[in-house]
Design a protein around this ligand. Structure first.
Ligand SMILES: *[C@@H]1O[C@H](CO)[C@@H](O)[C@H](O)[C@H]1NC(C)=O
Ligand SMILES: *[C@@H]1O[C@H](CO)[C@@H](O)[C@H](O)[C@H]1NC(C)=O
Ligand SMILES: *[C@@H]1O[C@H](CO)[C@@H](O)[C@H](O)[C@H]1NC(C)=O
Ligand SMILES: CC(=O)N[C@H]1CO[C@H](CO)[C@@H](O)[C@@H]1O
Length: 776
């Protein structure tokens, strides 16, 4: 046991170490573009909806592509938004708990503001005119129908007479994990159905079939956390349709004394009707299997990611055998990691067709059941195949008791489901944020199809990522295309939906819902090389700009290289270097001799490396700036710890990426010599104390001050008044500080020193850890 634990830790270190060595030397783990909340809004990339009171307390959404509407469920409210409208006019429904329920909830010890309200947790299309909405109802779940009208109408009203008990259809709690899907007029839910949250159940209700549930039995569900539920058809025979539940639970079969958490896929037949004498009103076709997502380590000891966070079912064009993308986490005291594994439905089906897990008694091992399995095999739906003239099983009610007894005793499959290539497509360790949600879009590009993965974090941001598979066994290369800060505050993203038709991602957090465009190609830049380096399958260079790549029969001039992002190949006849030494941005910065100064330059792509060039006054040449103790290159710019007269000149900041160079900023640095400055201050002190601030443009001042002001202006010119004001403030502040006996450094410079220190410290930490691992 202890040995097993140790080897597990070693395997984890090994994983970290390989990931580390894989990434050093490249800036591969940095997004190509990092867009702030403000950037997204300013570029119309994102539109936010926070409800009519500025905070939605969002819980659920339903994207209705047919009606072009977005339905949103929050705290005591529902909203309907018309999509594709410039102004997002929203209709609202107020739906509070039943009268007296809020008080009752409070009396039962729940929180008045955060629990005793009606949190709308599920929205499903019910029929051509109505939605089914279910809410917590202040710890008394309830459901109702919402009239949303026909296509083209913007009707939105609550059918008050249709409010019904929602027990089993919606959890009592505002936040507890829960999964549901509505199909064939029936609602399938995986949840805890009681007030105390102990009755874990997979439940079917509404519809023409009788209500069914799982038996209360730890072998079936053991403290599960439900993640998702989907109807996935086996084949064209609707009789074989099954609903799949994805969840985690305490693993009975693990040796870790039942404490281990495993991820599961469970399923039931849609046409299950329960048993006749055994399993009455209980599922008779329920089976489950373990979902494995692990990284192979040395000596066959794997690192497992067992906590399922989210599921996305990627439907193929022909609708057959979809792929299941699963986001897992593992959080131990050794490390925190996330992995994405992809499962083929055919592999899942194979496991359910394989042997059942069997245990003879408490002291026995789990083995594959090798005895005779009764007919119809448990888990098989009643269909034409089971309903033969010789053996007529047209309903599960006809199944022999022997079958039902066997099913009840053997819910677990012996084999586990392994992912494609038997390893994750992506592993991310020691991230700043946790990953919560996953959505995938299969995109056609010039050189093939790519799955673009969108990951929602718990910090209100979305990562747009590509996992490039190189060969069948090798690890995938991760390309982080963009990091989008969708919400201003760092709040967990709880829901993501994609509209491929609209090319929009709908992102929900407690605050509200954001509509984010999947791509905005022009953001990558104005040169072929920039477009190419982005490696975004949505985008290509069309000869003039970076635009959305469209697959068309006409062969047009398109440049795209997702696989290697090599601009030299793609853009040879295009300009590789943009506007050499002639940047769009030009600034003048003033520094005082012997003081510190900072020249800011942040490249558009964090993956780029920076280069600084200096052109001295009256000199044609541009030389690369030599950095040393005095002049430091930081990630945000160039820092002069002490400025010399000779430093004056025009500085060019260039970014370099895969041989692609680009001037980002051009800064003219003026050095104000210390004796000039002293001269000014001296005169100032002789007369009367200086003004608390110098105002620009030239203010109405007493003559003495005007001279002082003029001196400054003479020194630095009238070119950039705003800069002058900043500068004045700096002079004034540091002058005051000096008098107080504090060291004088400009605020800006101080801040940047701090930032670069922090950056370096982090790097050191990162460098150190794997080495320790090897040493210990
Ligand atoms: C964003 O949209 C608004 C309104 O539709 C428009 O006025 C504005 O120019 C757009 N901004 C950009 C950067 O496209
Ligand atoms: C949809 O269901 C609601 C609630 O049962 C009902 O009132 C309405 O008539 C139905 N609409 C259609 C078009 O069937
Ligand atoms: C390349 O750059 C030159 C000079 O900046 C410009 O005149 C020319 O139009 C550019 N060519 C292309 C294809 O962008
Ligand atoms: C304006 C300003 O901050 N001047 C300071 C520059 O640095 C020298 C020496 O480091 C100080 O004496 C100045 O006061």
């Amino acid at each position: 046991m202890e040995l097993g634990c140790l080897s597990q830790i070693l395997a984890t270190w090994w994983l970290l170490w390989t990931l580390f060595t894989h990434c050093t030397g490249t800036k591969g783990n940095v997004p190509r573009l990092r867009l702030s909340y403000k950037d997204l809004l300013a570029a119309n990339r994102s539109v936010l909806f926070l409800g009519h009171r500025g905070f939605l307390d969002f819980r659920s959404l339903y994207l209705d592509e047919y009606r072009d509407r977005l339905f949103i469920g929050g705290k005591d409210t529902l909203y309907s938004l018309q999509l594709d409208r410039p102004s997002m006019e929203a209709k609202e429904i107020h739906w509070p708990p039943l009268p007296g329920q809020k008080e009752e909830c409070f009396q039962k010890g729940k929180d008045w503001t955060t629990e005793c309200a009606n949190y709308v947790r599920a929205l499903h299309p019910f029929n051509r005119t109505h939605l089914l909405a279910c809410g917590t109802g202040a710890f008394r779940p309830m459901c109702t129908f919402i009239n949303v009208g026909h296509r083209g109408e913007h009707v939105f009203s609550l059918e008050l007479t249709s409010v019904q008990n929602g027990r089993g259809k919606c959890p009592h709690e505002p936040n507890r994990a829960f999964a549901s899907t509505f199909t064939g007029g029936e609602l399938y839910t995986g949840l805890t159905a009681d007030f105390l949250g102990r009755d874990s159940v997979i439940f079917r209700s509404m519809g023409s079939h009788s209500s069914l549930r799982t038996e209360m039995d730890q072998r079936l569900l053991n403290d599960p956390k439900f993640v998702a539920a989907y109807l996935i058809s086996d084949n064209d025979d609707r009789d074989n349709d099954k609903v799949y539940f994805f969840f985690t639970e305490k693993a009975m079969e693990s040796d870790g004394k039942g404490r281990a958490i495993f991820s599961r896929v469970g399923r039931i037949c849609v046409n299950d009707a329960g048993g006749q004498r055994v399993l009455v009103n209980k599922w008779s076709t329920f089976n489950k299997a373990r979902l494995v997502c692990s990284v192979p380590g040395p000596d066959g000891i794997d690192t497992y990611f067992d906590e399922l966070e989210d599921i996305f079912v990627l439907r193929t064009k022909d609708g057959k055998s979809p792929e299941v993308y699963a986001l897992f986490s593992t959080i131990s005291n050794v490390f925190q990691g996330f992995a994405i594994c992809v499962y083929r439905m055919t592999d899942i089906w194979e496991v359910f067709n394989g042997p059942f897990a069997h245990k003879d008694g408490p002291d026995h091992q789990w083995v594959a059941y090798e005895g005779k399995v009764p007919y119809p095999r448990p888990g098989v739906c009643p269909s034409k195949t089971t309903n033969q003239p010789s053996r007529q099983y047209s309903s599960t009610k006809d199944y022999p008791d022997e079958v039902l007894h066997f099913a009840r005793a053997h819910p677990l499959m012996y084999r586990s489901v392994y992912p494609l290539h038997h390893r994750p497509v992506l592993v991310k360790t020691n991230l700043q944020h946790r990953l919560r949600q996953i959505v995938v879009d299969r995109v056609d590009a010039e050189d093939g199809q790519y799955d673009v993965i969108f990951l929602g974090t718990d910090a209100g941001s979305v990562l747009k990522v590509l996992a490039l598979q190189k060969g069948n066994s090798a690890a995938a290369e991760e390309v982080i295309l963009e990091e989008l800060q969708v919400f201003k505050a760092p709040t967990p993203i709880t829901e993501m939906e994609i509209s491929v038709k609209r090319q929009i991602l709908y992102v929900g957090s407690q605050a509200g819902v954001a509509q984010v465009k999947l791509h905005q190609c022009e953001t990558y830049g104005t040169a072929c090389a920039e477009c190419c380096l982005a490696r975004d399958p949505y985008c290509a260079w069309d000869g003039f700009s970076c635009t959305r790549y469209q697959v068309s029969s006409k062969r047009r001039f398109r440049r795209q290289d997702i696989r290697s992002g090599n601009p030299v190949h793609q853009c040879l006849d295009q300009n590789l270097t943009v506007d050499d030494f002639d940047s769009p941005e030009e600034k003048v910065v003033y520094g005082t001799e012997h003081n510190s100064t900072f020249l800011e330059c942040v490249p558009r792509s964090p993956q780029a490396s920076m280069q600084w060039f200096l052109q001295r006054p009256h000199d044609e040449r541009r030389d690369e700036v030599k950095t040393d103790e005095r002049i430091l290159k930081t990630e945000q710019g160039l820092l002069f710890r002490k400025l010399y007269r000779l430093d004056a000149g025009t500085y060019y900041c260039k970014s370099l990426e895969h041989g692609f160079a680009q001037t980002i900023t051009k800064i003219t640095l003026e050095v104000i010599e210390s004796d000039q400055l002293e001269h000014i201050f001296q005169r100032d002190h002789e007369d009367e104390p200086p003004l608390p601030r110098c105002r620009v443009p030239e203010p109405r001042l007493p003559p003495v001050h005007r001279t002082w002001f003029k001196d400054i202006m003479h020194l630095i010119g009238y070119a950039n008044l705003q800069r002058v004001e900043e500068y004045c403030e700096r002079v004034w502040c540091s002058d005051r500080q000096r008098r107080k006996g504090k060291p004088s450094k400009s605020k800006n410079a101080l801040r940047s020193v701090d930032a670069s220190k922090k950056g370096r410290a982090k790097l050191h930490e990162r460098n150190r850890m794997p080495r320790q691992a090897v040493a210990t």
